[in-house]
Write a protein that binds this ligand. Structure first.
Ligand SMILES: [Mn+2]
Length: 231
């Protein structure tokens, strides 16, 4: 069984940190799925915060994932600038585009930023918006990046479709599934025999909890983790 999450965006536990409330549920989630391979599909870290500050703020979490580093795999997203340092510590870092063959699945897994023309790689408009939202948040308006982030996702959705591009690449690679994150909008899509899952984000708790994907040999589902256990 493979478990997928995305976009934790841990920072420094300052007012601008949206990952803070996800620490405890993520620890219980890791414990529940201890025997399984858990893959974070990008943006585990945050661009604005140096890795040493993130590790210091989330010491307990990093101890837990370090102990589980053989079963917790990280795939780089556009916020994971310091992921090389985690690789040096022995973490398993997947290539940015990866194919998993398991049971009936040949699944394309990726972060998704490569198909976001305004927010991929380094020095993009998206990074300026992220840094601006962080600045506004640190200076008084704490909901800034949630509001701006949702607005940004809607604008991006109008301009380019990550799903459309993923269906294309999955088909080209002979895959029958894809799983991504990046746009913080958890959902399931299907087209021409290909199923697509968006793992969303843990920077906010949705109505049913925190989104994640489960792949068994014959099923691929979007599920929700609530702090008390599975939804
Ligand atoms: Mn991203």
């Amino acid at each position: 069984m493979y478990i997928f999450t995305s976009d934790l965006h841990f920072q420094d536990k300052s007012v601008a940190d949206d990952g803070w409330h996800a620490e405890k549920p993520f620890l219980s989630f890791m414990e529940f799925y201890a025997p399984d391979i858990k893959i974070v599909l990008g943006d585990f870290l945050s661009l604005e915060t140096p890795l040493e500050c993130i590790i210091k703020a989330y010491h307990k979490l990093f101890c837990a994932i370090y102990a589980d580093r053989n079963l917790l795999w990280l795939l780089p997203g556009n916020h994971d600038r310091d992921i090389g340092a985690l690789a040096a510590l022995g973490f398993t870092i997947l290539p940015p585009v990866y194919v998993i063959e398991y049971g009936k699945w040949r699944a394309l897994v990726l972060h998704g930023d490569k198909f976001d023309y305004f927010n991929r790689g380094n020095a993009s408009i998206g990074q300026i918006v992220t840094r601006l939202a962080g600045w506004v948040e640190r200076h008084g308006w704490q909901g800034a990046d949630d509001v701006l982030g949702r607005l940004w996702s809607k604008v991006i959705g109008q301009v380019n479709s990550i799903d459309d591009a993923c269906f294309g690449l999955a088909s080209q690679l002979g895959c029958n599934a894809f799983i991504h994150g990046h746009d913080h909008l958890p959902h399931v899509a299907s087209r021409d025999g290909i199923i697509g899952l968006d793992c969303g984000t843990w920077t906010r708790k949705f109505e049913y909890g925190y989104p994640y994907a489960v792949m068994t040999e014959d099923r691929l589902t979007l599920e929700w983790w609530s702090e008390d256990g599975r939804w």
